[in-house]
Design a protein around this ligand. Structure first.
Ligand code: 9MR
Length: 507
């Protein structure tokens, strides 16, 4: 820890106290609580068959006659896109030693229905069991919450006490320092943002007050961007043709365009979140894998189409790309097995960077992105990959994901990894920073703050190479690791000690 000057320490303590007081003011309200005393209260059986619901006379609703897991009690709710909702419901079954239940939402837009699972729990025979979850409402014209089973499609069960809480945090848009300002002139400070988060104006105003670069959390990945149906049509004439769409990324890209904020593109080539059909003849996964030549054609056409469409619709917004993500295997340090490797061979990375350089707008920075670069043999694998890509001259930098835990890896490991990669001379970015903790006691939150502070101080040692630091999300409750409170803001969007440590490290 660097020594803080006294007035600064006092100021930080005072601001922290004010922020903690402010956290009590987040507006939350119970929007709905079920009452199964007189009628079924808008709930109905979702089923194609004979499922039926009835009141038990004891404040619960029972479903019987089911013929599938999703045959379930459900109810429509009016929700506001982009807002956060907390849900809770009790469930009980009497037929099996244990059964698994899921609290889900069926949402639809223009008649097309899709689903999200919000909470899971195992209910022991005869015991009321609570399911609790969070839902950030998407851009849908209908939302139905329902309580379904997993592998127990004919089970009868009861539900009671369904509670929906709406939460509108009072965002600290002006009262706390902005991370982008703290580090201005040194590097960008940003975060990942998902589709639903980008739908809320208030939330985006808050994110925009703190950050000056955003990464779409999922929306520029091949499973969002590759238009499989349209590609199937094109493949009738040309197996290498590729169609792409930007629907999922649109809310964030237009917000960034309107507000003059940068976007980092994640990701062009990955073994994950990529439709299997991409790798098969006619884009049909029932058919054989395509040849190396066809796959190279698809790879180039995919990259070209993404670059052209993003530049046509959102010129200048995307400043950098993860061209390839997570290609190195953790346990061997060699190239990870993937469709890309199987079909194209070891040079798929070099070709991806070549095509990205060829089709990206001039000045777009091209990155290789990976995790566990503090550990061996991964680090050595990453180093040799970077060296071979640098030999061809199409890579600009390395992105450290930095999904860490408060206890692991050690500061020394993180710093050693950083030093080795920095020695390549490549540009550096931290692309997905978060630090998990086991609980939210004052002591643990302070340890998390110390870890964030230590990481920021290490990064500041590379002023000429580091161009951006991005956390992987803003609020703990919306993180991919929500149960381990890894981010800088709590569920009410209030700054945590970790936020103040990141501020302090930059002052
Ligand atoms: O945050 C993303 C989460 O919503 C997805 O379910 C998950 C599925 O692959 O991907 C998460 O983002 C990952 C990122 O794309 C690459 N590095 C690891 C991130 C966390 O899993």
């Amino acid at each position: 820890m660097t020594l803080m000057k006294k007035p600064l320490a006092l100021l930080l303590t005072l601001t922290l106290t004010l922020a903690l007081l402010a956290s009590a003011s987040a507006e939350t309200a119970v929007l709905y609580q079920s009452d199964f005393s007189a009628d079924t209260d808008g709930w109905y059986p979702r089923s194609l068959g004979a499922a039926a619901i009835e009141l038990t006379g004891e404040g619960a609703l029972k479903i019987t006659g089911r013929a599938g897991d999703w045959h379930s009690p459900g109810r429509d709710f009016e929700l506001t896109a982009g807002e956060t909702y907390q849900l809770k419901v009790d469930v009980r079954q009497g037929d099996r030693p244990e059964a698994r239940f899921i609290l889900s939402v069926a949402h639809s837009k223009n008649g097309v229905e899709s689903y999200e699972n919000l909470a899971f729990a195992n209910a022991k025979q005869g015991e009321w069991t609570t399911l609790e979850g969070v839902y950030v409402a998407g851009d849908f014209d209908r939302n139905v919450f329902y309580v379904e089973t997993y592998s127990a499609g004919t089970l009868d069960y009861e539900i009671r006490d369904f509670v929906l809480i709406g939460e509108k945090p009072e965002y600290e848009t002006e009262t706390i320092p902005a991370l982008k300002d703290v580090y201005a002139g040194r590097f960008d400070f940003g975060t990942a943002v998902t589709f639903n988060e980008a739908l809320s104006k208030d939330r985006m105003a808050f994110y925009g007050s703190q950050f000056n670069i955003f990464t779409p959390g999922n929306e520029l990945k091949p499973d969002s961007v590759l238009d499989v149906l349209a590609s199937q049509q094109l493949a009738r004439d040309d197996e290498t043709a590729v169609a792409v769409k930007l629907n999922a990324a649109a809310p964030l890209l237009s917000w960034a365009q309107l507000n003059g904020v940068k976007v980092h593109g994640h990701v062009l080539v990955w073994h994950n979140q990529t439709p299997e059909a991409f790798f098969h003849e006619s884009y049909s996964f029932a058919k054989p894998l395509v040849s190396r030549e066809v796959m190279l054609g698809r790879l180039e056409n995919y990259i070209r189409a993404v670059m052209e469409l993003t530049e046509e619709k959102y010129p200048g917004v995307i400043v950098s790309w993860d061209v390839v993500n997570e290609a190195i295997d953790d346990s061997t340090g060699k190239l990870r097995d993937s469709r890309w490797l199987q079909i194209i061979g070891e040079d798929y990375l070099a070709r991806a960077f070549e095509y990205a350089r060829k089709w990206a707008p001039e000045g777009t920075l091209l990155f290789y992105n990976d995790y566990n670069s503090a550990l061996e043999p991964k680090l050595t694998g990453i180093m040799s990959l970077l060296e071979s890509l640098m030999a061809e001259g199409n890579i600009d930098g390395y992105g450290f994901q930095m999904h860490h835990d408060v206890a692991f890896p050690s500061d020394a490991q993180i710093s050693a990894g950083l030093k080795r990669v920095a020695a390549t001379g490549l540009l550096l970015r931290v692309s997905e920073l978060d630090v998990t903790i086991p609980d939210t006691s004052e002591a643990t939150l302070q340890k998390q703050a110390d870890k964030y502070g230590a990481i920021m101080r290490m990064l500041l040692e590379y002023p000429n190479q580091l161009i951006s630091v991005q956390t992987w999300g803003v609020q703990d409750n919306l993180s991919w690791r929500a149960s381990q409170y890894p981010l800088l803001f709590d569920a009410q969007a209030q700054p945590k000690p970790a936020f103040w440590a990141v501020v302090e490290a930059g002052q």
